[in-house]
Each structure stands twice: as structure tokens, then as C-alpha cells.
Design a protein around this ligand. Structure first.
Ligand code: PGA
Length: 256
């Protein structure tokens, strides 16, 4: 794992945006795995400002709430179109987001996996991390080999996301999410975490044992996992000074 600690969310998001931009320049038909939530907002803003060519890019989103229509204000469809897809030249036919209204969830999930494979696999998967260590919506005790499927959210996650629904009771109980096995097949993963609320889960994921109690810890087994943090999210890392030293002493050409 490469741990990159930055002073601010802005600086960390700029580094993440440079990583995505570099991939799109080197591979204009890249397949991106995308994430939602507060964490990637500034990253998407920066990517829009960069005016990159998205005309050959394919995107697969991690997850969606079961029961929410695409135009629901808290749906991840709406989030992605408002914050990124409507603002770049991606083709609608190249956008894939789990369908929260499907009447055949197992069939939909199987097809989603097949579509990822047919696209050639995901080149770069963006990830946030939940306060309970989830990636995508793979909550603690999710199988670390899991594939795209339905999951039940923890109460902790429902409480964390209540701000998007005007209260906890309106937060759906179920979601469709790529599995940790699906995520681990991406060629690169880029996890971002900001703020003190993420510090404990992040430290356990990076420096603790690999355990389904913290699904993000599976990333220790990924050959190309980059973790971009602000200082508060990094505050519980025991080896933070070492990570800073490594990054500060990398040759410039290696920094991304
Ligand atoms: P957040 O969510 O970016 O809104 O904190 C992260 C996550 O749940 O993965």
C-alpha cells in the first residue's frame, strides 16, 4: 500500500485528480470504477475543471440504494450525473450504475459482473471508506471474496448517511454493491479518506489484521493500492512519519 498524507482535503483531492487524469491521458478508453459520498466531491470538481476527454471512458459505479429511482435526490445515479457525468463528455451508454429499481436483483448483479468483464475489467477503482471500514457498501463481516449483490446496511452507516435523506428513518435498509472480490480485481485502487471520523477505520484497514470486520483491510492484499488522506484521517496511523518520509523522498516521476 502507498499511503499519501496531505495537509488538506484540497491538496489530497488534487493528487487524486492527477492520478485519474494521468490514466485517462495514457489510456483514453480506460474503465473507471467510481464512488459516491462526500469524499470524492472535490476530486470530481477538479476532474471537470481539467477538461479531459471522457468520450471513450467507461464507468462502473460501486453501489446504489435499493428502492430509489434514478431521479431521487439521494440516489447515486443523481449524485453521479450532477457531480460528474453531466459535466464531462462521457457517453451515456458507457455509464453503469446499479439499478435500485430492478425487479430481479440477483440477475441484475450477475449481468453487472459480466459487463465489467466484457469491458476488459476496471483499470482504476476509486473508493471511500465507511466509519465502520466498509468499501462500496460491503459492511463488516461481508465475505472478502464477495461479488456484486444485495447487502443490508448497518445502523452506523444509515446514521452516517441520514444527512442526505433529511433523517435516518428515510435511509433505505438495502443496497446493491460490488463485492470486495469485484473491487480487488481492479488493476489499481485509490482510496480516499478525510476527516477525524475516518481515522480509526482507516488505521485498522492499513495497519491492523486483514479481517472481514474491516472490509477495507483486504486492500493490504492488492498489489497497487494507493491511500490518499488528509491529516485528520491519518491521525491514528502508527507509521505516519514513515509514510511521509517515503512520499517526500520519491523521485518526482514516481510520485503518481
Ligand atoms: P462519505 O462515505 O464519503 O460520505 O464519508 C464514504 C463511504 O461510505 O464509503
Amino acid at each position: 500500500m502507498e499511503i499519501i498524507i496531505q495537509p488538506t482535503v484540497e491538496a489530497a483531492s488534487t493528487i487524486a485528480a492527477q492520478m485519474v487524469a494521468r490514466l485517462l491521458r495514457e489510456k483514453p478508453d480506460a474503465v473507471l470504477g467510481l464512488a459516491t459520498g462526500s469524499t470524492p466531491l472535490l476530486l470530481y470538481h477538479e476532474l471537470v475543471q481539467m477538461k479531459l476527454d471522457w468520450s471513450r471512458v467507461t464507468a462502473f459505479n460501486l453501489d446504489e440504494y435499493v428502492g430509489l429511482a434514478p431521479d431521487h435526490p439521494a440516489s447515486y445515479h443523481r449524485f453521479m450525473w450532477e457531480n460528474l457525468f453531466n459535466r464531462v463528455n462521457i457517453l451515456e451508454s458507457n455509464v453503469h450504475i446499479p439499478d435500485g429499481l430492478t425487479e430481479d436483483i440477483p440477475g441484475f448483479c450477475l449481468r453487472y459482473e459480466q459487463q465489467i468483464l466484457a469491458a476488459g475489467g476496471i483499470d482504476l477503482q476509486l473508493l471511500g471508506i465507511g466509519t465502520d471500514g466498509h468499501i462500496g457498501f460491503n459492511e463488516p463481516t461481508s465475505s472478502l471474496a464477495s461479488r456484486t449483490r444485495i447487502k443490508t446496511l448497518t445502523q452506523q452507516t444509515r446514521a452516517h448517511n441520514a444527512r442526505f435523506f433529511g433523517g435516518e428513518t428515510a435511509v433505505p435498509h438495502h443496497v446493491i454493491t460490488m463485492g470486495t472480490g469485484t473491487i480487488m480485481e481492479a488493476r489499481q485502487v485509490l482510496l480516499m479518506a478525510f476527516g477525524p471520523d475516518k481515522a480509526r477505520a482507516l488505521a485498522e484497514a492499513v495497519e491492523g489484521p486483514i479481517t472481514s470486520m474491516n472490509p477495507a483491510s483486504i486492500l493490504q492484499l492488492h498489489p497497487v493500492a494507493k491511500i490518499v488522506l488528509d491529516e485528520p484521517a491519518a491521525s491514528r496511523l502508527r507509521k505516519a512519519d514513515y509514510y511521509r518520509w517515503v512520499y517526500d523522498n520519491k523521485p518526482d516521476w514516481q510520485k503518481l
